[in-house]
Design a protein around this ligand. Sequence first.
Ligand code: AGP
Length: 599
Amino acid sequence: MCGIVGYCGKEHCANLLIEGLKKLEYRGYDSAGIALEENNKIVVVKAVGQVKNLENLIKKSDKKAVLGIAHTRWATHGKPSLQNSHPHTDCSGDIALVHNGIIENFLELKKELLKRGHKFKSETDTEVIAHLLEEEYKKGKDFFTAFQKVTRKLKGAFAIAALNSKEPGVMVAAKKQSPLVAGITNKGFFLASDIPAFLKHTNKAIFFEDGDTVKITPKSIEIYNADFRKITRKVHTISWDISAAEKGGFKHFMIKEIFDEPQAVKDTLQTLPPDITKAFSLPLKEAKKIEGVYIVACGTAYHAALVARYIIEHFAKIPVEVEMASEFKYRPIHFKKNWLFIAVSQSGETADTLAALKNAKADGLKVLSICNVVGSAIVRESDYSVFTHCGPEISVASTKAFTCQLTVLYALALQLAYVQGAITKAEFEDLYQELLTLPELLKQTLKLENEVKKIAAKVYKSPSFVFIGRNASFPLALEGALKLKEISYEHAEGFAAGEIKHGPIAIIDKDVPVVALAPKSDLYEKMLSSCQEVAARGAKIIIITNTSVKNALDVPYTNEYLFPLVAATVLQFYAYHIANFLGREIDKPRNLAKSVTVE
Ligand code: AGP
């Protein structure tokens, strides 16, 4: 989704803003723009397509500005075009602003503004904000007060940053349901949709809350809450390493992030408190009372939740209901008392997950979030949070976040199992020890890359790709298919292996490669039968197992519930190499955004 970067301080900012936009490219965009304030004048430059197109258009003379806002647009209202790209300006051109989110009442606001003589240059919802600001400012208020008044008139989701050449040296901002964070340096302030935009310059960050309005000058930052009361917000120290936001010699972020997995899992495990009764910040008393678990998430995080259902039900023997956040709100669920609600999200900003979480909270459930971003909206709304320590995940296709989410969920399952008396302390310790070997197991698994690449070279022209699995490996089959679809744009589907004979087998023929997830377990023979069924229809079968059989991709041995955490890497390699052979734009696949901040 759209990316915002702003700077107000002592440094020449055009390059800082462009650099920031490049760090936000992973969010997905179709055009980019910048507004720089210099000599009481605002210069706006826009370009369709990549940020580098915009960079080439910025004049040397404009590069001395020390105040500016920039934006990458992911089209919602109106096609990708110069007119529709941000920043948008008012009729006079004195005011410029960038926006992320959707102004739901823009049509009625626009109608009134048109009646009052405003001239619109774009089809966007955003432009109404510029004209409303123009009107409010003319009433004689200072720019920030006028801006605060305008935010009251807007319905929907927004993160906004705005400038006014009549009040040089001031940047104003507002946040409601769209992410916005400030970076603090000793030379000034950044504003951004996400931390990587300024991480090179500072690791001190303030996360704004819904309803906040902000006034920034080179020397100060003033924050006002939804009641326009001046407040202070915590300054967080971000522990991410800058190099984690760089490709580090790899061709794509995705492959780099797959190789990050052993370290990311290690960091995640190390930060889970050793006292198992406190491992998830849940007081022991509460953990003991839990009778069931709801897990809500989207996309890859949803698949992690589905795998976790099998793991928690197996070890803790309590029921788990998993729901896609985007559908959750349409079900008139009568929440069961003493059930724990878990939201899983890499970004912590996914609007669907956030909305589901708010519903559950309003109904009195305790909410635990599993997130990668400290200070994100989902974390702030939760009663308890556990963090995955992946560092920034830049590739749109999630890889290391998935493995780390599963790591946390697996540890949670063991903890619940123990505190609820479903396993003994000795069993807990054995299982936890096995989990602690995961970073090493992942290192071993990374060695399979070449083998997977050779398979990808043979199958990448196939018209369709199928993945099958049973039990905890069934949702992994779904994730394998999602990963491949996302970055290769090819048709791929995941099925429960026992289900294919009930219909999906109709699509199998000699041109369809079938990946079969077959860990050693009581179901192994059944998985082999499913493989026979598809083999009989001519399909090429690629078996991922831990049983050391010949002609299979053999990952290190674990129990069958830990297998998805290890085998995920192989599926990620498979998707990556197929997409790479097809010459796809892997890190920024078409139509996709990293952080989906609209419902
Ligand atoms: C994963 O590859 C996706 N791009 C997407 O499905 C993602 O997992 C989903 O949008 C949820 O994001 P979140 O984890 O940041 O909430």
